[in-house]
Design a protein around this ligand. Structure first.
Ligand code: NAG
Ligand code: NAG
Length: 505
């Protein structure tokens, strides 16, 4: 009897050691739309790596972000919670923002760090920096950070080179802000950033983390928050002039090439079979940049709107030998990434209200998604209004619609800033399977009998969601303090333009 207990407990103890937690590379694109990748139908984009990952992994057709602008979608991705719960609304953070993602929020990095992962981030944070770096990634579970604290247009760019040999950045970006800083952990190592060497620098940093972790037999988590496809586009010499899609195409080609290099690095370290790559984007395309902006493809409008073009995103999961190649129309959201990664790594979920679902059975076993609803918040969240739209199954109802500056210049007048906030009662209702472009309102002539139960269900889901939502104090409404703008040379004058250093990493 005792012998059996011994053997049994021996087996049980061995189990965890046999299943090594997977490495995770989470790639988050910036202002990249549903129609921008070759594998999502773009005719001229050069995205061979992502196309390859899509055809060898799982490509999502119905994947959503939680916000059509940068800061709130990043908060949702990293916490598995709506931005309302963390207070990352309305709008986005600025270089002098007092607020940030509250430190009490539990991020994917913190969850994985406590599981023994080496955690790292490269690229764009945009969840606050604050006094003495209070809100930087290093305070939210990332042991290693190299990147920009906010969007790379939030600093003057008129005199900066975006493409070699010396093609200046297109546009002026935010004149009056500090030159754009690059942080290594909590220290500014370059200000302003050199766009032409930025990606090679990110790659060198990422590869050394991967190599070090594999060498030390530690699992790693790399969050690559790329900012390439955001205005103003940039690329290094290797990719400049390579795409017939112009500057956006060149930037996208470098982004895709950088993912290819990460894939190679993982393969070279013999870790491909134990690494999950997950790719998606923060929000829809900024169509106001015209041919220099992204594309929502078939979908209506883009960035800052709650039409499909604003929040529906390309998404690809690739894990050699573990995820079967295919395409899915199961519903999924960036909110689901934290619970999925927690399940895959064996980590307990944080003791907070989560809004996501564990999709590991969808990824690994081809099961149905546990998710049946998508809630669409506008960028300027007002607790008295709440969500603008709601998808339940294949039906989407718009209770409010509004055009946006970021979606200007699209031929559809509904997308533009001139389309003012409109209340819809009854809501506009679309069948997204038959009409993904949201062209034909099913309630145009009253409520047909067969749709009455659909509408009732949607109204009920909305009521339940809105009445249970808890709004944290807004972090963006805490405002700005010019003295918080990151500066490599704090004693210099006149600020912030004097904040210039060429230290290098
Ligand atoms: C911020 O850092 C500066 C310089 O290291 C220090 O003098 C100051 O006390 C710090 N402020 C806070 C609130 O920690
Ligand atoms: C989870 O949090 C709640 C509320 O803060 C608390 O009452 C409860 O004890 C916590 N549970 C665990 C297991 O820590």
């Amino acid at each position: 009897m005792e012998v059996w207990i011994f053997i049994l407990s021996g087996v049980l103890l061995l189990q965890p050691a046999l299943t090594t937690p997977p490495n995770i590379i989470l790639i988050f694109a910036d202002d990249l739309g549903y129609g921008d990748l070759g594998c999502y139908g773009h005719p001229t984009s050069l995205t061979p790596t992502l196309d390859w990952m899509a055809s060898n992994g799982l490509r999502f057709k119905d994947f959503y972000t939680t916000a059509a602008v940068c800061s709130p979608s990043r908060a949702s991705l990293l916490t598995g919670r709506y931005q309302t719960r963390s207070g990352v609304y309305p709008g986005v953070f600025y270089p002098g923002s007092r607020g940030g993602l509250p430190l009490g929020e539990v991020t994917i990095a913190e969850i994985l760090q406590s599981q023994g992962y080496e955690t790292a981030m490269v690229g764009k944070w945009h969840l606050g920096s604050g006094l003495n770096g209070t809100f930087l990634p290093t305070r939210q579970g990332f042991q290693n950070f190299l990147g920009v604290p906010y969007s790379h247009d939030q600093g003057p760019c008129r005199t900066l080179t975006c493409f070699p040999p010396d093609i200046k950045c297109y546009g002026t970006c935010d004149v009056g802000e500090a030159p754009l800083p690059i942080f290594l952990n909590e220290e500014i190592v370059q200000q302003p950033v050199d766009f032409t060497t930025l990606i090679p620098m990110y790659l060198e940093f990422s590869k050394s983390i991967i190599h070090k972790a594999v060498d030390n037999q530690k699992p790693f988590f790399l969050y690559y928050a790329a900012h390439h496809t955001h205005y103003p586009q940039f690329a290094s010499a290797k990719y400049t002039g390579t795409s017939v899609r112009g500057r956006y195409g060149d930037a996208l080609a470098e982004f895709d090439g950088s993912i290819g290099e990460l894939l190679e690095a993982v393969r070279d370290n013999g870790a491909l079979e134990n690494t999950l790559f997950f790719f998606t984007s923060d929000n829809g395309p900024e169509t106001m940049r015209k041919e220099r902006g992204g594309s929502a493809g078939h979908l209506k409008c883009g960035k800052s709107t709650t039409y499909e073009g604003g929040l529906r995103e390309p998404a690809i999961a690739y894990w050699q030998g573990k995820i079967k190649a295919g395409v899915t129309s199961e519903l999924a959201s960036i909110l689901d990434i934290l619970p999925t990664i927690a399940a895959l790594s064996g980590a307990p979920l944080p003791n907070v209200t989560l809004d996501g679902y564990d999709l590991s059975d969808l990824l690994l076993l081809g099961h149905k998604s546990p998710r049946s609803t998508i809630h669409y918040y506008p960028p300027s969240i007002d607790a008295n209004i709440g969500i603008f739209a709601l998808r339940v199954g294949k039906y989407k109802a718009h209770f409010y619609t509004q055009g946006a500056f970021h979606s200007e210049t699209t031929p559809d007048p509904d997308c533009r800033i001139t389309a003012l906030l409109a209340v819809h009662e009854p809501p506009l209702l679309f069948d997204l399977d038959m009409d993904p472009a949201e062209n034909y309102n099913l309630l145009n002539r009253g409520i047909p009998e067969d749709l009455a139960p659909v509408l009732n269900e949607i109204l009920q889901v909305r009521e339940d969601f809105q009445s249970s939502m808890e709004y944290a104090e807004s972090q963006t409404n805490l405002g700005n303090d010019p003295s918080l703008k990151p500066c490599c040379n704090p004693e210099c004058t006149p600020k912030p333009s004097c904040c210039q250093c060429k230290n290098g990493v």
